[in-house]
Structure formats: structure tokens, C-alpha cells
Design a protein around this ligand. Structure first.
Ligand code: LLP
Length: 418
């Protein structure tokens, strides 16, 4: 991947050296490559070209306005799950009529806001949600475009925390209840049924679960249209995996083509296909730079204590997720095996385990594949200010988010008056 490359033993992001970025902006620092973001988006867009398929970036993966702006300029639509995310899309120059609104717990207030701004579709996940949307739309004198998120009950073979298409999890309408739910929707005067939706999980590295899910959706669509509804689009959700370590996910273009071909072969080529990728657009377009504060040798383990922590990158602590960790500058010291850990007061605060690194205290490390669910899931635990984020574009760097200040963290808090 040429956007993150070692030149003369030093990591570069596009044309800028990681060390220079860390010097200038401090650490921990998220660094994104505009070229890498663009390349991932174009892989989707090119495979969709001429095929009545659209890409809606799932902004939960990384919702920085600069990142959203990169995608908005490329013509992307967006998948959102909250009022806040919709506000971000609008602030970043995205178009409301290219927004799909997902999520199991939409409030009436969120529905009103989305109706006002004119989103493309509400992905509804339950009958009570349909009823609420009907009420909100009626009160606003509007019609709400809806798609029902169906749970196709397929095994996406991914981590249980991020698998969403099996029965027994909170997402979607059960497959056997979906037809009746569509009849209810059709009977609600302020709802317009426009599509069907599913999302079977995340970090999926095979095409097969998607094809299984599509077959189940097609079966349902045939029944629903027999009942008189019209399904203009099929939303296949997101979930395509990336390479963190030695995974071998399908390439984006191949993945899209396989799904679209599968639908065409089954006579569904006339429908719009909606993709909602998050991770595969941003995951490998970002790294987290962190500095080693201390090397702490021990009897059973050596620790490299760094200035990034679980509050900056939660995935290892939450999912035991693997992220590559490399020295930013290759140097000639004896390698040792380290657990790379942060300063937070929890044993779960680690970024990598048993990593062989040739480093000294003060060195910089790059944590790989940190563009997705990195900053987006960060917190202020231990009253740690969240990292700065920069976007590299050739030889130019754009400060996408300045580092937080401690004062800002408690600006909304008040000490007692008496
Ligand atoms: N659409 C819906 C309805 C979703 O729930 C999600 C992700 C996506 C699209 C985008 O999925 P992606 O293409 O990024 O896999 N925090 C976890 C991942 C949670 C994914 C939640 N839903 C992680 O760090 O691995």
C-alpha cells in the first residue's frame, strides 16, 4: 500500500514523514491518507458504475467532518444512525437525499429532524418503530420513505460482538415476521415503502454469507411484491472486512461485482442496490501514532508503555482485536518482545500483545488499520483529552481535529453552589 510506506527506514504517509507529523501535532495522533480514502471509495464507485448501485458511507466508522467531506466531494451517500450523525453529514457538505437512516432506537425527535431534512430512506427495524414513524410523519404532514431491515438469519462468521444477522440479536425484523410487517407498513398512510434492507455483520471476509442473505431477501421481495408493495431498492448493508493481519477479504471491486451479478442472475437487476460500507472505506486509510514513554522489562513480560490508550483505540480492549504495530523509524537496536500498553488504570488497556519490536524509550510507534472505529469510539476515560486527527494529501497536511483541551472536557460541569 503505497500511501503508508517506509522510505529510508522511516514511515511516510503519502509524501510526509510520520515523525515530522508527530513532532508538529504531538501524539497520540490519528493520521489519514486522502489518497487511500479516495482509492477505497473509487473501488466501490467503479464497480457500481453503470449498474444502478450506490455507496452510502456508514459514518459511524469515522465521522470526522474532513473525512465526510472527502467522500461528499466524491459523490458518496451516507448511512447514519443518529441525529448527530445527520448533522455531521450536512455540516460536511453531504446531501440529505442521499442519506439512509439506520438504527434500532430512533427517537421521535430524530425522525422529525430526518423528515425535515428529507432523507432518502428510513431503515426501520421493528413494528413499533413503524408506528412511531407513521405518527411523526402524519404530524409533520409528510410521507416517510421506508425500508424494513430484515434479519436474514445467516452466519457471517465474524466476531460475536459484531455479527448482527443471526436470530437472537437485537437487530432487524425476524425473517418470518417480515411479510406481515410490510403489510402493516403498506397500511400506514404516511409511509412509502421503497426498499428492503439487511446488514449481517462486520469484518466479514467471505462473499458467501452475503449471497445467502441476498437469496433470502429475494424470496421475501417476491412475496412482498405479490402482496402489492414495490421494492425499488435492496440495501445489502455494510460489513466487508479489511486486512488487519493475515485476513484475506475479497477486494472491494470483486465483492461488489459478485453481489450485483448474483442479483442480476436472479432477475433482480432492475433494482437499485445500496451498499453501506464503513470499515472497508476508511480502516486501512489511517494509522495511530503514539510515543513510547517507558520500556518496562519484567520477569514474564516486557511492557512498552505508550501515550495512546484504550480510550484512544478501544478495539483491542473491547474485541481483543489485532492491529499491526511497527516502529515509525527502523533502528538498529536488539529486538525484544513487548506488550504494548497504555497509561489507563485497567489491565485491559493494551494495544498489542507479544509484539517483537526494535525500539527504545522515546521512539514512535504506528498502530495500523486505525482509520475505522478508532477515533470514532474514543472516549475521555481517565480525563484524557482525545487525540488530534490530521488528513494528509500529497505533501500537504490538514488538521482535521485539533487535540482536545482539559478545560473543554469539564466545561459543561459545575461545582456545587452551597
Ligand atoms: N450498516 C449498518 C446498519 C451497521 O450497523 C454497520 C456497522 C455498517 C453499515 C457498517 O459496517 P462496516 O462496513 O463498517 O463493517 N465497532 C466494531 C464494528 C461495529 C459495526 C457496527 N455496525 C469494530 O470496531 O469492529
Amino acid at each position: 500500500d503505497t500511501d503508508f510506506e517506509y522510505r529510508d527506514g522511516a514511515l511516510h504517509i503519502e509524501q510526509l514523514s510520520a515523525s515530522a507529523l508527530a513532532e508538529r501535532f504531538g501524539t497520540p495522533l490519528y493520521v489519514y491518507s486522502r489518497a487511500a480514502l479516495t482509492r477505497a471509495y473509487e473501488a466501490y464507485a467503479q464497480a457500481c458504475a453503470g449498474r444502478h448501485a450506490t455507496v452510502h458511507y456508514a459514518i459511524k466508522a469515522n465521522s470526522n467532518l474532513a473525512i465526510l467531506n472527502v467522500f461528499a466531494r466524491l459523490g458518496a451517500g451516507f448511512d447514519i444512525v443518529s441525529r448527530g450523525e445527520l448533522a455531521r453529514v450536512l455540516a460536511a457538505g453531504g446531501r440529505a437525499d442521499q442519506v439512509v437512516f439506520s438504527g434500532v432506537g430512533k427517537t421521535a425527535d430524530e425522525m422529525r429532524f430526518a423528515l425535515e431534512t428529507g432523507v432518502k430512506c428510513f431503515n426501520v427495524e421493528s413494528i413499533p418503530e413503524l408506528a412511531r414513524l407513521q405518527d411523526v410523519a402524519a404530524a409533520a404532514g409528510k410521507r416517510a420513505p421506508v425500508s424494513l431491515r430484515v434479519n436474514p438469519d445467516v452466519d457471517a462468521k465474524t466476531h460475536p460482538y459484531i455479527s448482527t444477522g443471526l436470530k437472537g440479536n437485537k437487530f432487524g425484523i425476524a425473517f418470518h415476521e417480515a411479510r406481515a410487517a410490510y403489510r402493516s407498513a403498506a397500511a400506514m398512510p404516511n409511509l412509502d415503502v421503497v426498499g428492503i434492507d439487511c446488514h449481517i455483520g462486520s469484518q466479514i471476509t467471505e462473499v458467501m454469507p452475503y449471497l445467502d442473505a441476498l437469496d433470502k431477501l429475494i424470496e421475501l421481495v417476491t412475496a412482498i411484491e405479490g402482496d402489492g408493495a414495490r421494492i425499488a431498492h435492496i440495501d445489502v448493508g455494510g460489513g466487508l472486512g479489511i486486512r488487519y493481519d493475515d485476513e484475506t477479504p475479497p477486494e472491494i471491486g470483486m465483492f461488489v461485482t459478485k453481489l450485483l451479478d448474483h442479483l442480476a442472475e436472479r432477475g433482480q437487476g432492475h433494482r437499485e442496490v445500496v451498499f453501506e460500507p464503513g470499515r472497508s472505506l476508511v480502516g486501512n486509510a489511517g494509522v495511530l501514532l503514539t510515543r513510547i514513554e517507558y520500556l518496562k522489562p519484567g520477569e514474564t513480560k516486557n511492557f512498552a508503555i505508550v501515550d495512546a490508550a484504550m480510550n484512544d483505540l478501544a478495539r483491542p480492549a473491547m474485541y481483543q482485536a489485532y492491529h499491526a504495530i511497527d516502529a515509525v523509524v527502523r533502528r538498529d537496536v536488539a529486538p525484544s518482545v513487548y506488550d504494548v500498553v497504555g497509561p489507563v488504570c485497567e489491565s485491559g488497556d493494551w494495544l498489542g500483545r507479544d509484539r517483537t519490536l526494535a525500539v527504545a524509550a522515546g521512539d514512535l510507534l504506528a498502530v495500523g488499520s486505525a482509520g475505522a472505529y478508532g477515533f470514532a469510539m474514543s472516549s475521555n476515560y481517565n480525563t484524557r483529552t482525545r487525540a488530534a486527527e490530521v488528513l494528509v494529501d500529497g505533501d500537504h497536511v490538514h488538521l482535521a481535529r485539533q487535540r482536545e483541551t482539559v478545560e473543554a472536557l469539564f466545561a459543561n460541569e459545575r461545582i456545587l453552589e452551597r
